[in-house]
Design a protein around this ligand. Structure first.
Ligand SMILES: Nc1ncnc2c1ncn2[C@@H]1O[C@H](COP(=O)(O)OP(=O)(O)OP(=O)(O)O)[C@@H](O)[C@H]1O
Length: 661
């Protein structure tokens, strides 16, 4: 089996697993769709009876004319309407009753080669019954279609919902390294294949299986009625199937690239829209449009090529059906002229022929559609096939929160080691600061602590428990992380603050907000904590967004607090407020601070200076300043900046006082 066949089998297996819980409902949709399709198979049989009875009227007329010529008694004809009312049990006149009784005779049946004579009232009756039956069949078919369609819609919605839930929940559990290589827009499109999946599933129960069964029914009736005509009608089918198979294969081949290009187009748009401010400030609108245009032109090119190819095959398919109809009409007409077939049989055959190609046509187009859907559904299933690397482990039993890195080596890629033999301890009840040049590996260090990545060698311990053996979720529950780029979600400010601890009370949320220095923000907002914050925390300044994140961590009362550039966007006054909160927290917790600003680490208990993934200096701020190394320079530069900031702050306060006076 080739790789592509193998992956296709996997997709079908995955689809099967997905729909298995809905077997009974799928079966019900199938049976109802089958009834609504199968019921219409009776139509041509009714046409035949009606056409033959009307033809029988002419036979009767011809017979009477011959009898008149020969001087024999004519068979009396009755007014059709009178006959109808009589048959329906209405009171007819005594005379007409007697007349009817007199003419009551056994209806001679039509045979394959002979149309039996019919009186006007017999032909009228048949016509009337044919109309009633055709109407009833169509209405019943419509009712079954309606019921089936309603059931199908509900089932599709359930399958779509289950599929999107499964894929989304799986993707959320994937390790962070997985997301680093992918655009979120592409991922979003890959996850959202719900319509295609339900379309693929229900097309089987609603269309494919009922169409196949009706096809078998039509063939059986055709062969039963006249196998020569049936064979003639079918002589075209092999050619039709060859075209269908070729077209499906060719159209399918062009699909994978086509989908990839579309994902690129939407990723391109999302990138530009999410970075709209940068786009505008860089005057890059035109460039972005041109970039999109290039991607879109290529995607549309593929789309057009595919559609033109599809039209070409449709043309040949339809032409073949016309040829088949012409052949059946010619031979059927010939047989009818030679009294070897009744006109009703010919009409019936043409009607069945029409019905025969409809399911073949439908099956071909449905199959092409399924192939199309499968290609995109396969992309979603590849996501599901991506292994959840976050292995389950033991629950972290947090005691005091002692963090220890022991000879840790780590690299994002095998070629480059980012952390080299890193060892340090962050003790409980103390603030440990990690500083160093940009790219030294500070964020990587805390990402390893949060189990977002696994070290290649060495060990990380929390209260003596090996991180590698612990459950990632339980580790993250116990560590509060405030990052510079943390997200604000759509919802109220309070919802955002209790994101890590949904059960937090309103008072807890409010206390945390105040501890994070949000008092002024809350006074400014009309609804306070109930204020809705939009996408990406729209309506909040960068500093305010950072304070929300600090409050989020404070409310969750983590045993270990990690702040990665958490106060970078705060003014010195707010930073001082946050530091007071940290001072409170540090009494019982382990605090790790990563900062580029000296003011944030000057009161730390222990400082680690990282340089190219290694500890270059370590000790208290005072000892490191005394040593006169990198930290000493950092402190001097930081003090100057802090004093400037302080002076600016004092000036602002004085100005405000002046205005107040
Ligand atoms: N997902 C990633 N894939 C590959 N390399 C990465 C990834 N994330 C970071 N790096 C690289 O690892 C190195 C350390 O990055 P890290 O973010 O830990 O540095 P940092 O000290 O926190 O820097 P900064 O102070 O600028 O935030 C950098 O050279 C960076 O380019």
């Amino acid at each position: 089996m080739t790789a592509s066949n193998n992956s296709k089998t996997n997709v079908w297996l995955s689809i099967y697993r997905l729909v298995q819980p809905y077997k009974t409902r799928l079966l019900a949709v199938f049976v109802i769709s089958l009834v609504s399709t199968a019921i219409t198979l009776l139509e041509p049989l009714i046409y035949r009876e009606a056409v033959n009875d009307i033809a029988g009227l002419f036979v009767q007329k011809a017979r009477n004319e011959v009898k008149t010529e020969m001087g024999l008694e004519r068979e009396t004809e009755e007014e059709p309407a009178a006959s109808f009312f009589r048959n329906k049990g209405h009171k007819a006149t005594e005379a007409s009753g007697k007349k009817a009784l007199h003419h009551k005779r056994v209806k001679e049946p039509h045979t394959k080669t002979h149309v039996a004579p019919r009186t006007s009232h017999e032909a009228f009756n048949t016509l009337l019954w044919a109309i009633i039956l055709l109407f009833t069949i169509n209405v019943l078919g419509l009712i079954f279609w309606w019921i089936g369609e309603n059931m199908n819609i509900k089932l599709s919605a359930t399958i779509e919902r289950r599929f999107i839930q499964r894929t989304f929940s799986h993707v959320l559990k994937l390790p962070l390294a997985f997301f680093a290589k992918r655009s979120s827009a592409v991922l979003h499109k890959q996850i959202d294949q719900s319509e295609e999946i339900s379309g693929t599933v229900t097309v089987f129960t609603k269309n494919i299986f009922p169409e196949i069964i009706s096809l078998a029914g039509i063939l059986a009736i055709m062969f039963w009625q006249n196998y020569v005509l049936a064979l003639l009608a079918l002589s075209i089918v092999p050619f039709y199937l060859i075209i269908t198979v070729i077209s499906t294969k060719k159209l399918e081949m062009s699909l994978a690239g086509y989908y990839e290009k579309w994902e690129e187009v939407s990723a391109e748009m999302q990138d530009a829209l999410s970075g709209i401010k940068t786009v505008k400030l860089s005057g890059a609108e035109e460039r972005e449009v041109n970039r999109l245009d290039k991607q879109a032109t290529s995607a549309y090119g593929d789309y057009t090529k595919r559609s033109l190819l599809s039209n070409k095959y449709t043309f040949w398919q339809v032409l073949l059906t016309h040829i088949a109809t012409a052949m059946v009409l010619t031979y059927g007409g010939y047989l009818a002229l030679h009294h070897k077939l009744t006109p009703g049989d010919v009409v019936m055959f043409v009607a069945y022929l029409d019905m025969l190609y409809t399911p073949i046509d439908n099956l071909a187009s449905i199959w092409a559609e399924v192939q199309q859907n499968i290609a995109s559904v396969a992309r979603a299933f590849t996501l599901l096939d991506t292994n959840i690397e976050e292995k389950p482990g033991a629950e972290l039993l947090l005691h005091k929160g002692n963090v220890e890195f022991k000879n840790v080596h780590f690299g994002y890629t095998p070629e480059r080691e980012v952390l080299k033999d890193l060892s340090f301890v962050a003790a409980p009840g103390k603030v440990t600061a990690i500083v160093g040049t940009s790219g030294a590996g500070k964020t990587t260090t805390v990402d390893l602590l949060l189990k977002l990545f696994e070290p290649q060698s060495g060990e990380i311990l929390i209260d003596g428990q090996k991180l590698s053996a612990l459950d990632a979720a339980s580790v993250r529950r116990n560590i509060g992380m405030v990052a510079a780029d943390g997200a604000i979600f759509r919802g109220t400010l309070a919802d955002n603050i209790r994101y890590k601890k949904p059960e937090a009370t309103d008072t807890e949320v409010e206390t945390a907000a105040i501890a994070a220095g949000m008092q002024t923000t809350l006074q400014r907002l009309p609804d306070g904590l109930k204020t809705l914050v939009g996408e990406s925390g729209f309506g909040l300044s960068v500093g305010e967004r950072q304070r929300v994140q600090i409050a989020r961590v404070i409310v969750s009362r983590p045993g270990i607090l990690v702040m990665d550039e958490a106060t970078a966007n705060l003014d010195y006054a707010t930073e001082a407020e946050v530091k007071n909160t940290i001072d409170e927290i540090r009494k019982e917790n382990t605090v790790i601070i990563i900062a580029h600003r000296y003011s944030m680490v000057r009161d730390a208990d222990h400082v680690i200076v990282l340089d190219a993934g290694q500890v270059a200096e370590a000790g208290t701020p005072a000892t490191l300043i005394a040593k006169g190394g990198w930290f000493a320079d950092f402190a001097i530069a930081g003090e100057d900046e802090y004093e400037e900031g302080d002076a600016a702050l004092e000036e602002d306060e004085e100005d405000e006082e002046d205005i107040g006076e």
